[in-house]
Design a binder for this molecule. Structure first.
Ligand code: GTP
Length: 246
């Protein structure tokens, strides 16, 4: 509080008011508290956002792991199903074909027996890498377990898919896996089938085509392995039980 006396042209003027220091004293504290409160709020918000982000990333990672084969990094059955289903819906909508191939390594037990489980695993990783190199970006490759792999190929009819399978087969047959100071050679057998219009439309129709590809694969094994077999007829008129090999 301040008292001011002003003598002006013989008149006395008395003024009473707060000193500048008193006014600013409260104001400064208010600013300090406000800034502190803002900083605390911002810190809490940052911590909350950080927690939500970390939680989101963890969920994403767990979801990814649930859809991925840990050995090869390819999709597992669950990952394949989701992506293949979407690919079939798109194919149906835009009117293009989808084919599938299944592949199974030949005499893989012998590889495990000769080079151990780690040697076998090295071959499985090599298979996955070769598939990723040979396939188009829109193709969906997966490991269903053991030495069994599948690929869904949007935009590929039966003949085109068989060509892709043949290219992969040839690639396997000529490449080697270096395991320590040893060289592992391997081959695989392939079955190929094209989804029918009904299968494209049906929920999980791709599994019917995979079953036909498996029948063709079985023929490939019977006929001597290291070969590609396709279902025998165009997908629209296919009767189960027939397959051609090359
Ligand atoms: N290294 C390794 N081996 C596996 C894995 N999963 C399954 N196997 C092995 O794969 C082998 C499959 O053998 P089989 O089903 O007899 O088939 P195959 O020897 O390939 O013979 P064909 O299919 O008739 O050519 C078994 O020895 C399994 O133990 C895996 O994740 N890693």
């Amino acid at each position: 509080m301040g008292v001011f006396l002003n003598i002006n042209e013989g008149k006395w003027v008395l003024g009473v008011g707060l000193a500048e220091r008193d006014i600013l004293h409260g104001w400064r504290w208010q600013v300090c508290w406000t800034v502190l409160a803002l900083l605390i709020t911002a810190g809490l918000q940052w911590m909350l956002l950080h927690y939500i982000h970390a939680n989101f990333l963890q969920r994403e990672r767990l979801g990814q792991e649930a859809r991925q084969d840990p050995l090869t990094g390819l999709a597992n059955r669950r990952g394949f199903d989701g992506r293949a289903q979407r690919a079939c819906s798109q194919a149906l909508r835009y009117g293009y074909p989808v084919s599938v191939l299944t592949l199974d390594l030949d005499l893989f037990k012998q590889i495990n027996d000769s080079y151990g489980h780690d040697g076998g695993d090295a071959v499985l990783r090599c298979v996955a890498q070769t598939l990723q190199r040979q396939l188009r970006a829109g193709d969906i490759a997966a490991r269903f377990g053991g030495e069994e792999f599948v690929v869904a190929m949007p935009h590929s009819g039966l003949a085109a898919a068989a060509d892709v399978a043949e290219r992969i087969r040839a690639s396997f047959a000529t490449q080697t896996v270096t395991f320590g100071d040893r060289i592992i050679r391997f081959t695989a057998s392939f079955g190929v089938a094209q989804l029918t219009a009904v299968e494209l439309e049906a929920h999980e129709g791709i599994h019917a085509a995979l079953a036909r590809a498996d029948q063709a694969l079985y023929r490939a094994k019977l006929e001597g392995r290291n070969r590609v077999c396709t279902e025998a007829r165009p997908a629209a008129t296919y009767q189960p039980g027939t397959a051609t090999c090359r």
